[in-house]
Design a protein around this ligand. Structure first.
Ligand SMILES: Nc1nc2c(ncn2[C@@H]2O[C@H](COP(=O)(O)OP(=O)(O)OP(=O)(O)O)[C@@H](O)[C@H]2O)c(=O)[nH]1
Ligand SMILES: [Mg+2]
Length: 481
């Protein structure tokens, strides 16, 4: 199927796979109105879909067959004022995969083609709605599983990277235009732009490009640190573990539950991989006994809870610490709540059974066996007191970091890699143009170097794009995006 065809109408399920509360089907293309007229019946009988001119929200149902209707809400953009800059519609309904697929088949029968991965965003890109760096950011927003990655992606989407480069491009185009005009009138000896002006503008462009390169380099660095957060109920042995793993007395250890309330982090290097480990407070919620506590204590607890949630939200891996002692009913309930919350966040969880020295050698703790299902990886048993299992744990963390980083490098990282390589060429070309200007080598040489720089810049923001780049970027999207 040709990715670059935009004159037919595409449809896809746009919500995540599996059962969910809500399901969304999306359509884009010139036949959306006709398809809606054929398949959708509005609850409000006065609405005439064919005559709508403004974005409209229409409760109603899709006719699945002569006796089955799927109720929901249709959002309809009848003009090009939509995400893809094409006539579009979105049907919001129950998140049942079977029903969604029936409805999609119905739309297919009415004239829609099933969309390829990333095809909606590709249409937005081809219509000039966004540039290539923004398209990649959309992918990153969809993929991002931590707050920091989401921020980076959103910033990129709003033009954090594309903005300054587009400005540089504009600046170079205007210098080139003046130079070329001058070249045309070389016989008449008319000067459109002085050599000093050229040098000034090129120097400014070079500085701008260098500052973007600097930004990208630092962004790349922050992304490469893998974050793991120690999580668990009070007294689970989290602080003891961060101390044992880092070999330093980073965090205070006592037998009083609720000892850790501040943010403690340790940088570990395991097999050459940089890992930031953070210790979090064991408390779950500021409990009802909060009223009986001093205000200042309640404040400390509330802050601790915030720091805990922040560390967990930013973590690439959650290390869930479970001690071998039988938990009380209340503890078990808190643990379940915590696990529920973690699962909602959809983060990888590695269960660690702590204080293994308290266990008889042969028996695995009963809870841990049940926790096998929570752990996205094989649980590991450690003792901070004897050091048993610590090497195994380090090895496993490094392994997971390695795995995650290699698949994540395809997210915003892919823009970084692609952009970094192109920016080196841009910088070289502008520097060569500047050198030619400073040494009066000739305006043709300056113009040629500027053209080279513009070519490279164009590739970054996608103004000039090759099929290869398009495949690379859009092939990674999920269908429906
Ligand atoms: N036997 C044994 N005791 C341990 C081990 N690790 C921690 N402990 C003890 O368990 C108690 C709690 O340890 P901490 O490391 O402070 O636990 P925590 O999870 O940080 O607790 P909070 O900060 O209160 O949430 C202390 O009395 C530790 O000495 C271990 O590997 N073996
Ligand atoms: Mg602690």
């Amino acid at each position: 199927m040709d990715y670059l065809t935009t004159d037919d109408t595409i449809a896809a399920i746009a919500s995540a796979g599996g059962s969910a509360v809500r399901g969304v089907i999306r359509m884009s293309g010139p036949d959306v109105t006709q398809i809606l007229i054929r398949t959708f019946s509005c609850d409000d009988p006065t609405v005439d879909i064919g005559t709508l001119t403004k974005p409209t929200r229409m409760p109603g149902s899709i006719k699945l067959s002569s006796d089955h209707m799927l109720p929901g809400t249709m959002l309809f953009w009848p003009t090009d004022r939509s995400y893809t800059r094409q006539r579009s519609a979105e049907f919001h309904t129950f998140g049942s995969p079977a029903l969604l697929s029936l409805a999609l088949t119905r739309l297919g029968k009415a004239g829609a083609r099933m969309a390829l991965p990333g095809e909606f965003t590709l249409r937005a890109f081809l219509s000039g709605r966004m540039d290539l760096t923004q398209a990649e950011a959309v992918l990153a927003v969809i993929d991002s599983d931590s707050r920091q990655k989401l921020d980076t992606a959103l910033e990129q989407l709003s033009g954090g990277l594309a903005g300054p480069l587009a400005e540089t491009r504009q600046q170079l185009i205007s210098v080139l235009a003046e130079l070329e005009a001058g070249l045309d009138f070389v016989e008449e000896d008319i000067e459109f732009i002085s050599n000093d002006q050229i040098i000034g503008q090129l120097q400014a462009a070079l500085n701008q490009v260098r500052s973007v390169t600097g930004q990208i380099n630092s962004r790349g660095d922050t992304q490469s640190t893998f974050k793991a957060a120690l999580v668990g109920l009070p007294n689970a042995g989290k602080s003891s573990l961060i101390n044992a793993l880092s070999g330093e007395q980073k965090s205070i250890v006592t037998n009083i539950p609720g000892t850790t309330t501040d943010r403690v982090t340790a940088q570990l290097q395991i097999d050459g991989i940089e890992i930031e480990l953070s210790d979090t407070a064991g408390i779950e919620e500021v409990g009802s006994d909060e009223r009986t506590q001093e205000n200042s204590t309640a404040d400390i607890m509330a802050t601790a809870l915030l720091l805990q949630k922040e560390s967990i939200a930013n973590a690439d891996l959650v290390l869930l610490c479970i001690p071998p002692e039988e938990p009380s009913l209340e503890e078990l309930q808190l643990l379940e709540e915590k696990i529920g919350w973690l699962k909602q966040n959809n983060q990888p969880i590695l269960v660690i059974t702590t204080k293994s020295d308290l266990l008889p050698l042969t028996s695995a703790p009963p809870k841990a066996r049940r926790l096998d299902q929570i752990s996205t990886h094989r649980p590991i048993s450690v003792s901070s007191n004897t050091g048993a299992g610590l090497d195994m744990l380090k090895f496993e963390i490094a392994n997971l970091a390695n795995e995650q980083q290699s698949c994540e490098s395809s997210v915003v990282g892919s823009t970084l890699t692609r952009t970094r390589a192109s920016l080196i060429n841009v910088e070289e070309a502008i520097a060569a143009a500047l050198h030619a200007g400073q040494n009066q080598i000739g305006e043709e040489v300056i113009a040629a170097e500027i053209r080279q720089a513009l070519d490279e810049l164009g590739q970054i923001v996608g103004a000039i794009y090759t099929d290869d780049i398009l495949d690379l970027v859009f092939g990674r999207f999920c269908i429906g995006k």
